[in-house]
Design a protein around this ligand. Structure first.
Ligand SMILES: [Cu+2]
Length: 402
């Protein structure tokens, strides 16, 4: 085996044979793409709250008792795992994990083999008195064929396995529970099939979940480590991700594409007043049953029959106002909403009074008058994103915060 063409031929033949055998045993990589789980359709249209429904029971302290899904979302992260990564709770990611651990094991074995050989040979053939350097043999056919054929088989098999896994990951099932995802600076918006929306992602167990994602501003990325899903989100374009959750719980959800100041705190729910650190980030909640998921989406369905103030309070959370504003009097990137209504405010257009018209203008054309002492051009325009009743709701909510 002295010539290059012979080596090339050896690698080619071994490679093609390995690939052929992999196809014969495991089938086409594309065949694995369609998940077998039957999807459950979600009924369209949210259940409106009955007119005159009694208010939620008040907890001691005057605040409404948290809903079951709020309790789940506020629950500490449930992920367990090992030194390498959190345990996968996505059925479709198991093959990815197997691949990862196989490659890790293979690399370890080869690393140790080579390392031991090097140490052994360095010691054995070290320079010492009475020993002369000897010319090394130029070729050893059996050895060269061995170290060509075995690595070729391993690499081609890994290639096949990776191909198959990749196809599975990038081909979302056409029938799945579909959730629209809009990423923005700095919020997540998950809209369910009944129109219900939230900045946490809630999904049922044992169902394929398909995310249809876009961004309103810059690049973001959806990353749920326990689901092994990481996908860029691109403005003016849809990208997809999908997973099949297998274990109820509360899991991490982060943005994995640097998108500005609050990148690490997209849809932060609770900020430490002193340090500004985020105390509760957005999460993925896997509900223990389809019934619980349905109850949840009914709860977050577009509100009919709630007071404008309640609508505004909900929107404050859902539209991500809380990533720049507060309701407790402390300033964030933007002014607090507490105690501002009816008060004078210095703006780029002189002193004005914070009233309904000013709030409306701030929502739809935020740059018309910029509050002095705050960065201009930071407040996003919600033009086209808020219904009339929602603008009213936000105004009513800000008004109520005296
Ligand atoms: Cu982001």
């Amino acid at each position: 085996m002295k010539s290059f063409p012979r080596y090339a031929a050896l690698i080619l033949i071994t490679g093609v044979l390995t690939l052929g055998i992999a196809f014969a045993i495991f089938g086409s990589p594309y065949a694995a793409a369609q998940p077998t789980t039957a999807p459950i359709p979600i009924p369209a249209g949210g259940a409106p709250a009955p007119a005159g429904a009694p208010a939620a029971p008040a907890a001691p302290g005057g605040t409404a008792a948290p809903k079951f899904w709020e309790v789940l979302a506020n629950h500490p992260i449930d992920e367990d795992g090992n030194f390498w990564m959190p345990k996968s709770v996505n059925l479709e990611a198991d093959s990815t994990d197997q691949m990862y651990y196989s490659v890790l094991a293979l690399s370890t074995v080869f690393f140790l083999m080579i390392l031991i050989a090097i140490v052994y040979l360095v010691v054995k053939y070290r320079h010492r008195p009475g020993h002369k350097a000897q010319p090394s043999p130029a070729h050893h056919d059996a050895m060269e064929i061995t170290w060509t054929v075995i690595p070729t088989i391993i690499s081609v098999f890994l290639f096949y396995y990776g191909w198959r896994t990749y196809i599975k990951v990038v081909t979302p099932p056409t029938k799945a529970i579909e959730i629209q995802v809009t990423a923005s600076k700095w919020n997540w918006r998950f809209v369910h099939q009944n129109g219900g929306e939230d900045s946490d992602l809630h999904v049922p167990i044992n169902q394929p979940i398909r995310l249809v994602m876009t961004s309103t501003d810059t690049l973001h990325a959806f990353y749920a480590p326990a689901m092994r899903v990481k996908q860029d989100i691109i403005p003016r374009r849809y990208t997809y991700a999908w997973f099949l959750p297998t274990k109820p719980g509360t899991y991490r959800l982060t943005c994995a594409e640097y998108c500005g100041t609050n990148h690490a705190q997209m849809a932060c729910k609770d900020t430490d007043k002193d340090t500004g650190a985020c105390l509760r980030r957005a999460v993925v909640v896997v509900h223990k049953s389809m019934e619980d998921y349905k109850k949840y989406i009914d709860d977050v369905a577009p509100a009919i029959g709630t007071t404008p103030e309640e609508v505004g309070k909900k929107l404050y959370d859902k539209k991500g106002c809380q990533s720049c504003h507060t309701v407790d009097g402390s300033a964030r990137i933007g002014p607090t909403f507490k105690g501002t209504f009816g008060k004078p405010r210095q703006t780029s257009a002189g002193e004005i009074t914070v009233d309904e018209n000013y709030i409306r203008e701030s929502l739809l054309a935020p740059n018309a008058k910029t509050a002095s002492g705050y960065p201009a051009g930071t407040m996003p325009s919600f033009e086209g994103q808020l219904k009339e009743v929602e603008i009213e709701g936000l105004i009513a909510y800000i008004k109520s915060l005296q």
